[in-house]
Design a protein around this ligand. Structure first.
Ligand code: ZN
Length: 510
């Protein structure tokens, strides 16, 4: 029974992989901006940060789904550009992924129920976790390329795919990989070069002494070649669905997890010097990538920086309350900021590194408007399911990014799903902030519900959980602020509410 089920799931996965692999790639590798790190204590000392031009006009849409029992989790982010045609195509791509998650979850849920009936156990291993993330890999006036990382986990092992899509920014057309090459044998060349590289790395990954004889070693290597490396590198467009021209002068070929190596290798990247493959590209592509990098155009400081810094509230004497927004920044965050500023309200934004990297301008706008920026990890994994080393890296990566862009390192951490335990909190080693008012905006997607719930439950020194990835939540904020302000509340940041002097690293504030 279980085997049949997993076959069905496997078919779903294979279908999804095939569906996804017709998408293509091309681009320069995402680079973390290097900025001044001297202003850690105060944003004022921070050198003016310039947002890389590739992020201009790109924002983020995010959908998050989770079942009440936390077994079925989805976190999907994808780009919004200035071109409606590109956006429609990306929306379709994302909605296919979301439907696949829903179908898979429904299947697993049913399989779990049957399994529990048959065995009388709790079916603890049945779950599904899906993630879709992206970065802008390349952008100029005429082209934009996005690299998606797609993660699916429906059991003990996860699959990870990397897909790159390239668009013509003027027409909105998606450009298939094959059109970037002039040489019709380009796939054969890429296949040969990839095999050479992977054979060598595979051979070097073991000591021949681990085998009892040289014949055994050769046999092992040959079987890997025949069963996994060669099929995964056959010269087909599907196998070469993620190609990136990186800033170091290599063509990076990404192969999905399991495609060309055992799962423990994860995503395999083969780097080929451009000098070896340059002749394969069209003239236009060659021109494009021989261009010296465009000078970065400085971004105008937003008008928000002109506003006077409102005096800090005194929560010992005033009726303070803290609005917090998780999972952003998103396409709705700038309008939320305008709502807050027009009402003189402050809030705390627990941002994800992976989306803050794209909406750097929004992050700057928040910081300049004296909103507090907290750390919501890099890509929204449940921290209690990660190694302590992975927890640290989730926090540090986002902390480094926010500090580079705004000059100030976030002090507060909010773990995804509010999931934390003693070991996690110690690994985080910063104050862990939960909440005590939760309108469950992610579940209802209803402005009226959000406003009513928050207003009805408001009390002094409360921390409100909301998400600026939902348009309906952002639409509820004016009513919440206006009503509660009339009731005498002052909207402050979490650090103001708790008092910076009371914040202790590794402690959980509920
Ligand atoms: Zn979250």
């Amino acid at each position: 029974m279980r085997t049949q089920r997993s076959h069905t799931l496997l078919l779903y996965l294979i279908a999804a992989l095939v569906l996804a692999s017709f998408l293509f790639v091309f681009l320069t590798r995402p680079k973390l901006p290097q900025g001044s790190k001297t202003g850690a204590e105060s944003g004022a000392e921070h050198e003016e940060y310039t947002v890389p031009t590739k992020y201009e006009n790109i924002q983020v849409k995010t959908v998050e789904e989770r079942s009440d029992d936390g077994r079925y989790l989805l976190h999907a982010s994808w780009p919004v550009s200035e071109h409606d045609g590109i956006n429609a195509d990306l929306d379709n791509f994302a909605s296919d992924f979301i439907s696949e998650f829903k179908n898979t979850s429904a299947d697993i849920k049913q399989a779990r129920e049957e399994y529990i009936q048959e065995t009388g156990t709790d079916g603890a291993t049945f779950h599904a976790s899906y993630n879709l993330h992206f970065d802008v890999s390349f952008a100029n006036e005429n082209y934009v390329a996005f690299t998606f990382t797609i993660y699916r986990n429906t059991g003990n092992t996860g699959t990870e795919e990397i897909i790159t899509v390239l668009y013509n920014r003027q027409t909105g057309e998606r450009i298939p990989l094959s059109r970037l090459f002039a040489n019709e044998n380009y796939l054969e060349t890429l296949s040969e070069l990839s095999r050479e590289d992977i054979y060598q790395r595979m051979a070097e990954s073991v000591e021949p002494e681990q085998f009892s004889s040289e014949e055994q070693y050769t046999e092992w290597l040959n079987s890997l070649k025949a069963n996994i490396i060669n099929p995964g590198t056959e010269p087909t467009e599907e196998n070469f669905h993620s190609l990136v021209i990186d800033a170091e002068g290599f063509l990076d070929i990404h192969f999905d997890r399991y495609q060309v190596a055992p799962g423990a290798w994860g995503v395999v990247t083969v780097q080929i010097p451009l000098s070896k493959v340059k002749h394969l590209f069209t003239d236009e592509v060659r021109e494009l990538f021989e261009l010296s990098p465009e000078p970065e155009t400085p971004v105008e400081p937003p008008p928000t920086s002109q506003l006077p810094n409102p005096e800090s509230a005194n929560c010992a004497t005033q009726k303070c309350i803290a609005l917090t927004f998780d999972d952003g920044p998103s396409v709705y965050t700038d309008s939320l900021l305008a709502t807050l500023q027009s009402r003189g309200a402050k809030a705390t934004f627990f941002v994800l590194g992976i989306t803050a990297r794209v909406q750097q301008q929004t992050l700057l706008n928040l910081a300049r408007a004296n909103m507090e920026i907290g750390n919501h990890t890099w890509d929204h994994k449940d921290l209690t399911k990660l190694s302590l080393e992975e927890v640290r890296s989730q926090i540090d990566r986002t902390g480094d990014l926010v500090e580079t862009i705004t000059g100030t390192r976030p002090v507060l951490v909010r773990p995804p799903y509010g999931a934390t335990n003693d070991a996690t909190a110690i690994a985080v080693n910063q104050p862990v902030i939960l909440w005590n008012i939760d309108p469950e905006d992610w579940k209802y997607h209803d402005s009226e519900h959000v406003a009513k719930h928050v207003i009805a439950n408001a009390r002094r020194n409360a921390i409100i959980l909301a998400h600026d990835i939902h348009e309906t939540t952002v639409a509820a904020i004016p009513e919440i602020i206006d009503t509660l302000t009339q009731e005498g509340y002052v909207f402050v940041t979490v650090s103001e509410l708790l008092g910076s002097e009371n914040l202790v690293a590794g402690r959980v504030y509920r």
